[in-house]
Design a protein around this ligand. Structure first.
Ligand code: ADP
Ligand code: MG
Length: 587
């Protein structure tokens, strides 16, 4: 009997579908692109449970004619090209005619559509590639796609889906990029019944950035405008203050498409290098128009590869454009107005926040922008809570003998037959760090109210991550609540973390969550403690002998007293025997 057999059509379609649709976010991408291709000016995207349960995309575009409905769901059915040569010139987003057939092959799809010319609309249902229903119904102009139970007939693929939050985050990425690449289209994004963002469709990119990333970022943007041979760049570049810790906010579109290019990313980073701190990446949303003849486009089902005919030329242009944008603007006043009401140190924290370092551009400041008054949305503090300076308790039962201090920093100590030279600052940091980690993990802290509360604007992805993280945050002594729209308010935080910037801490946490990475509680405590120590340690603080003794007592009793949280040594040790060997008293 033959062991080779030909796969049936349904299986062939499912395999082909897998290349186009690998997760719910690809469904969203294809359907929103179709809506934009259909000249819609308003598109609503709604998802439930990471898109696996439901994706609903509604547009007010051209609609699909009744006779075209079933054809549209056939493989390689497209209204956009007729033959292969058309691929080179096609300006629309989709052109392979594979999306609808692929989606229908792996999900339950319902379409309600009406063209302007038709009096009645049509409803068409197709599940796993099999037509189920087709009927005339009343409907508004445009098209609504409902996609349910993705991969219901391919459980093997379903297993590869990540958690709901991770799929939601993928979809957020796609929808954000679509909104940023089409400021002329009003896009509403709804997750589990909650409005994530809504762009107005007024064709102003800055307004789209505001809708997605919030006021704090939108306030710190520099306009980019470059027109050179074969290259045009427009859009916005964030000032150094809004630089990010990862590359995911380097957003650029080439000829309308979101594309990742190593050359472009490296050029952007090179252009920013002298303006940003180390390990920081620019925030930008740039539209690049590149002469199509200078590009070699390789279309792959899931990604698009670009090769540039003269990469050095484009790289140079991008680098100098970024340098000019950052260098041509006066960045000084912005750093001065940075500590607004929202950024203000908590009233009970006397430690000043270090001003972030960045090199200033060589060009002298041109004009000082008027200082924008921040909107005060919270009541003024009525009373000040002053946290008392922690006093070190001097242990009665101590084996430590202080010999003396060197250079105002190092203490020479005799302890259990050893000579220790202890770095006072490193010791202080280490002891404090361990105490904070311990108190956080054993819940030995009290919630302190923040007056006024801190308002933090979140991106849609951070928002998803916040919903997940919130129970953990409250366990950790943070009182955080939604503050309407994309904002959250921090009303309280654990007293042992007073001094850290709640915004810096929480946003760092949420960013990591939104990248799909999980936080282990211990890691969170360690991160919090590191930040708290940094905020609390004061340089050249003179310790009295009693304070030093109490501090070192704590230090030597730690599990690992030898290195500070950053891995630097806290002490140098020498045993009595080693000393005697050095003096050749023993051999
Ligand atoms: P492609 O977009 O590559 O042409 P698709 O499978 O995505 O292929 O779509 C097939 C066809 O269905 C499109 O060419 C278009 O004519 C029609 N279509 C799909 N979605 C819409 C929509 N939202 N509004 C109007 N027409 C649509
Ligand atoms: Mg398409």
């Amino acid at each position: 009997m033959s062991i080779i057999h030909v796969l049936d059509q349904a299986t062939i379609n499912q395999i082909a579908a897998g290349e186009v649709i690998d997760r719910p976010s690809s469904v969203v991408k294809e359907l929103v692109e179709n809506a934009i291709d259909a000249k819609a000016s308003v598109v609503t995207i709604e998802i439930k449970e990471g898109g696996q349960k439901l994706i609903r995309i509604t547009d007010n575009g051209s609609g699909i004619l009744k006779d075209d409905l079933s054809i549209a769901f056939k493989r390689h059915a497209t209204s956009k090209i007729v033959k292969a040569e058309d691929l080179v010139s096609v300006g629309s987003l989709g052109f392979r005619g594979e999306a609808l057939s692929s989606i229908a092959a792996i999900a339950k799809v319902e379409v309600i559509t009406k063209t302007k010319e038709d009096f009645m609309g049509n409803r068409y249902v197709i599940e796993g590639g099999i037509e189920k229903e087709c009927e005339e119904i009343g409907a508004p102009d445009g098209t609504t796609f409902l996609v349910r139970d993705i991969f219901f007939n391919t459980p093997a693929r379903q297993k590869f889906l990540k958690s709901v939050s991770s799929e939601t985050s993928h979809i957020s990425d796609i929808v954000e990029r679509l909104a940023l690449s089409h400021p002329e289209v009003s896009i509403r994004f709804i997750v589990n019944g909650q409005n994530r963002f809504h762009t107005s469709g007024n064709n102003r990119l800055k307004d789209v950035i505001y809708s997605i990333y919030g006021r704090d970022i939108a306030k710190q943007l520099l306009e980019v405008n470059l027109e050179k041979e074969d290259l045009k760049i427009t859009g916005y570049l964030g000032k150094p203050q809004v630089a990010k810790t990862n590359r995911s906010y380097e957003i650029y579109f080439i000829n309308g498409r979101y594309i990742k290019s190593k050359m472009i990313s490296e050029s952007l980073e090179e252009g920013c290098r002298t303006f940003l701190m180390q390990h920081r990446f620019p925030f930008c949303v740039l539209h690049m128009e590149i002469n199509r003849e200078r590009l070699d486009v390789n279309v792959h089902p899931s990604k698009m590869e670009l090769r540039f005919q003269n990469p050095e030329y484009f790289s140079e242009q991008i680098i100098s454009c970024v340098k000019q944008t950052l260098g041509g603007n006066d960045l000084i006043p912005e750093t001065k107005i940075e500590p607004t009401v929202i950024k203000e140190e908590p009233v009970y924290n006397p430690a000043p926040k270090p001003i972030p370092e960045f090199k200033l551009p060589p060009i002298p400041p041109k004009k000082i922008e008027p200082i924008e008054k921040p909107k005060v949305v919270v009541p003024k503090p009525e009373s000040k809570i002053v946290k008392p300076e922690p006093k070190l308790v001097i242990p009665p039962a101590s084996k430590i003998r202080l010999v003396g201090q060197l250079f105002d920093t190092y203490w020479v100590v005799e302890y259990e037959g050893e000579c220790l030279i202890i770095d006072q600052h490193a010791a202080h940091e280490k002891v404090m760090y361990e105490e904070i980690v311990e108190s956080l993990s054993t819940r030995k802290f009290q919630m302190q109210q923040l007056l006024p509360p801190r308002i933090i604007t979140l991106t849609p992805k951070q928002r998803t991550s916040y919903e997940q993280l919130n129970p953990f945050l409250s366990e950790m002594g943070f009182e955080v609540e939604p503050f309407g729209g994309s904002e959250i308010a921090v009303y309280g935080m654990p007293d042992n973390l007073i001094g850290i910037e709640p915004e810096e801490f929480l946003v760092g946490l949420l960013d990591r969550g939104s990248e799909g990475k999980k936080w282990v509680p211990e890691e969170v405590y360690e991160r919090a403690a590191t930040m708290a120590c940094k905020a609390a340690i004061k340089g050249n603080h003179r310790l009295s002998e009693q304070e030093a003794k109490a501090l070192f007592e704590k230090l030597v009793n730690l599990k690992n007293p030898y290195t500070c949280p950053h891995g630097r040594p806290t002490m140098i040790r020498m045993t009595q025997r080693e000393l005697e060997k050095k003096f050749k008293r023993v051999l």
